[in-house]
Ligand binder design. Structure first.
Ligand code: IPM
Ligand code: MN
Length: 347
């Protein structure tokens, strides 16, 4: 029988710790939800702490080139206490985000029924943070002189380009059109007067193209308060790289822990593959015990499907996760148990 079903090539980077345990569950969810509409062919890359400790390689050019040819990337988690902070983060994770020009870091937060928020009166929480992914303080612009002397000087410079800001602003407004049509710009324009002012002007200008979308502004410090005092006020939060990093950890906590939070590092031009990963880290304290919750990894598989245009398949995963959490979210389960419970709901 002939079929015009396309096969998608997926780079899989399980990475470290529990990343290795949850990523196969995400692949299984992809296969199940994609059944009948898309096929996935996986290539697993040995990248992360183990590889680095074994042969010193972090992200060899050859691997990067192979990854560039894929349709999307599934990533588990990167990080290991044996390795100095910054080596894998900059050399692997950030290198991928920058080399693949993943300028939209998309981080949805929803409070699922069955999950207890640490907030006494959380209300309905359903927002998405659009975090700029290739600029700001993450660029690596800076340096140190007179290291280890009392006269040491260290700088990190925040790079903001009109081009880089505009493209992520436009993405945020486009996304708002598919949601509740409200964008909140978060910055610190009362102090960061150069970058903040540019962000605001670009938002005001792009907003004119989206008359149905309302927008407002919060300083980052005020935004951290609203995130716990009235999270239901947010629909699309638009912010720079570092503010977005901090805010999305807080967002994860507010919706009951980063165990339910997935993210996408998106190259919205589709020139390079986009990368989907749970927000949680490698959790070395529980790694290897088979108790990591694969829910966030499974949700990142849904984001991958949506990115490739398979909205119905993605919705199947979302619905399965939602039903699973509502029924069993409060139970202690092993990775395999959660995987079986969720996968059996995807038909
Ligand atoms: C994240 C992480 C990364 C970041 C680190 C590990 C480089 O905290 O994905 O939020 O800061 O972006
Ligand atoms: Mn982070």
């Amino acid at each position: 029988m002939s079929t015009d079903r396309k096969t998608y090539d997926i780079a899989v980077i399980p990475g470290d710790g529990i990343g290795k345990e949850v990523t196969p569950v995400a692949q299984a969810a992809l296969d199940r939800a994609g059944h009948g509409v898309a096929d996935f062919r996986y290539e697993t890359f040995d990248l992360g702490a183990e590889r680095y400790l074994r042969d010193g390689a972090i992200l060899p050019d050859e691997d990067l080139e192979r990854i560039k040819g894929k349709d999307a990337i599934l990533l588990g988690a990167v990080g290991d206490p044996r390795i100095k902070a910054g080596i894998l983060e900059r050399g692997l994770l950030l290198k991928l985000r920058f080399a693949l020009d993943q300028y939209v870091n998309l981080r949805p937060s929803r409070l699922y029924r069955g999950v207890t928020s640490p907030l006494a009166d959380p209300g309905d929480i359903d927002f998405v943070v659009v975090r700029e992914g290739t600029e700001g303080l993450y660029c690596g612009a800076g340096g140190a002189i007179r290291r280890d002397t009392p006269q040491e000087v260290a700088t990190e410079v925040s790079i903001n380009t009109a081009y880089g800001v505009e493209r992520v602003v436009r993405y945020a407004f486009g996304l708002a059109m598919k949601r509740r049509r409200h964008v909140t710009l978060v910055h610190k324009k009362n102090v960061l007067v150069n970058a903040g002012d540019m962000w605001q002007r670009i938002v005001d200008r792009v907003a004119e193209e989206f008359p149905e979308v309302t927008h407002d502004y919060l300083h980052i410090d005020a935004a951290t308060i609203f995130l716990v005092s009235k999270p239901s006020r947010f629909d699309v939060i638009l912010t720079d790289n570092l503010f977005g990093d901090i805010l999305t950890d807080e967002a994860g906590a507010v919706v009951g822990g980063v165990g339910y939070s997935a993210s996408g590092c998106i190259n919205a031009d589709n020139r390079y593959p986009s990368m989907f990963e749970p927000i949680h880290g490698s959790a070395p304290d529980i790694a290897g015990r088979g108790i990591a919750n694969p829910t966030a990894a499974v949700l990142s598989a849904a984001m991958l499907l949506r990115h490739l245009g398979f909205d119905a398949a993605a919705a199947k995963i979302d619905a399965a996760v939602e039903a699973d959490i509502a029924e069993k979210g409060s139970l202690d389960r092993t990775t395999t148990e959660v995987a079986d419970d969720i996968l059996s709901r995807i038909d």
